[in-house]
Design a binder for this molecule. Structure first.
Ligand SMILES: [Zn+2]
Length: 100
């Protein structure tokens, strides 16, 4: 799928939602998101998760974040970004397995 352009006519960024309703679900959004020049372009990239999968992803992400908080000072820390990447990798594996 080609990267769509937003209402500003620029290629969009592929972002990841971390809302309770759509944890780990990727979407296209304006590359100027977060600035006062952003448009309101929005389009889902991933299909919606059913309730069961949504709970699994939320729990997976929550547990990684708990591990992050429990890390002793000076130990390798799992950042929010790393937790998010691990969750997206988990989701991709789940989607691949569901398609078989
Ligand atoms: Zn835009």
């Amino acid at each position: 799928m080609a990267t769509p352009c937003c209402h500003c006519r620029y290629p969009t960024d592929l972002r990841t939602s971390w809302t309770d309703a759509n944890p780990g679900r990727r979407f296209y959004g304006c590359s100027k998101f977060g600035t006062n020049k952003a448009c309101n372009y929005f389009r889902w990239y991933d299909p919606a998760l059913d309730e069961h999968m949504r709970c699994i992803v939320q729990n997976f992400h929550r547990r990684i974040r708990e591990l992050e908080r429990r890390q002793p000072r000076g130990a390798y820390k799992i950042s929010f970004k790393m937790a998010s990447i691990l969750t997206v990798v988990f989701l991709v594996v789940v989607f691949i397995l569901l398609e078989k």
